[in-house]
Design a protein around this ligand. Structure first.
Ligand SMILES: Nc1ncnc2c1ncn2[C@@H]1O[C@H](COP(=O)(O)OP(=O)(O)OP(=O)(O)O)[C@@H](O)[C@H]1O
Ligand SMILES: [Mg+2]
Length: 250
């Protein structure tokens, strides 16, 4: 494993309005090791993904894509590395005024490197992969929640990234929808993609990841495997895995 194949946060600090969201947060995503960041609602999971993508600027500490420290760099300076990462946003974040096909092909179209026919072929292939090719000409408003998530995954796949970030991909779905998304993530992993998910859904996390990071009160309280997490004596981890009425989370 070379350092050019990892994404890292080192001693990262980030606050909003004086409130610390992350404090001296260290994080490492290696190529080929699928990871989930767990934490209660509002703990800063989405914020971590936005920081890793360079969409937010940390107060201090460094973010590395491979050997490149992106902290403070304009996006154009790390575009080559950034292109290896795609994100499926919480809620999908599809463009309502565009068809499913236009949504999926949007980034390729903007890059201007491919012909319309080449883009259409990729769009059809990615929609086929996630099982919603018949929705090509529909608008997001005409789709179910589960279909929207699958279209959002197809859009993330369009530029053939190495890493795919998933923000709460199963929240709000029925059991069949959850199963479909977990299966899709497993197929992507089998094809060599590395997934990073943030969620509070334990079943999805354990079905799709080998390593787990637990975020609590701006700190990483735990990092390890499923077995290590289940055997952990850290009170907050135990509470997260089996909530009781006297909650530690305030
Ligand atoms: N633009 C903003 N302005 C003010 N506070 C914000 C902003 N964005 C996020 N926050 C706060 O930062 C904290 C972390 O937010 P974040 O969205 O990262 O949490 P999360 O763990 O993803 O939560 P959820 O599980 O509900 O999606 C929250 O307490 C939130 O209220
Ligand atoms: Mg979130």
């Amino acid at each position: 494993m070379t350092s050019s194949d990892s994404i890292r946060m080192e001693k990262l600090c980030y606050s909003i309005g004086g409130r610390k969201i992350l404090e001296n947060f260290d994080f490492h995503l290696e190529r080929g090791v699928n990871r989930t960041i767990l934490g209660v609602s509002g703990s800063g999971k989405t914020t971590i993904l936005k920081l890793l993508l360079g969409l937010l600027e940390p107060d201090s500490g460094g973010i590395f894509l491979g050997d490149l420290c992106i902290t403070g760099l304009p996006e154009s300076a790390f575009m080559q590395q950034r292109r290896r990462i795609a994100i499926v946003f919480q809620g999908g974040a599809l463009f309502d005024s565009m068809t499913v096909g236009e949504n999926v092909g949007y980034r390729l179209f903007e890059e201007g490197q491919l012909t319309q026919a080449e883009i259409t072929a990729i769009v059809r292939e990615k929609l086929g992969f996630v099982g919603v090719e018949p929705a090509l000409d529909l608008y997001p408003a005409e789709l179910s929640g589960g279909m929207k998530k699958r279209v959002a995954i197809a859009r993330a796949l369009a530029a053939d990234p190495d890493y795919i970030f998933f923000d709460e991909p199963t929240t709000g779905l029925d059991p069949i929808g959850v199963y479909n998304i977990c299966s899709l993530m497993q197929r992507l992993q089998a094809e060599g993609k590395t997934t990073l998910m943030v969620t509070h859904d334990l079943a999805t996390a354990f079905a799709t990841s080998q390593r787990f990071t637990f975020l609590h009160n701006a700190h990483m309280l735990f990092e390890g495997s499923e077995d290590e997490m289940k055997a952990s004596n850290i009170p907050e981890v135990r509470e997260f895995l089996a909530p009781t009425t006297s909650s530690l989370f305030v």
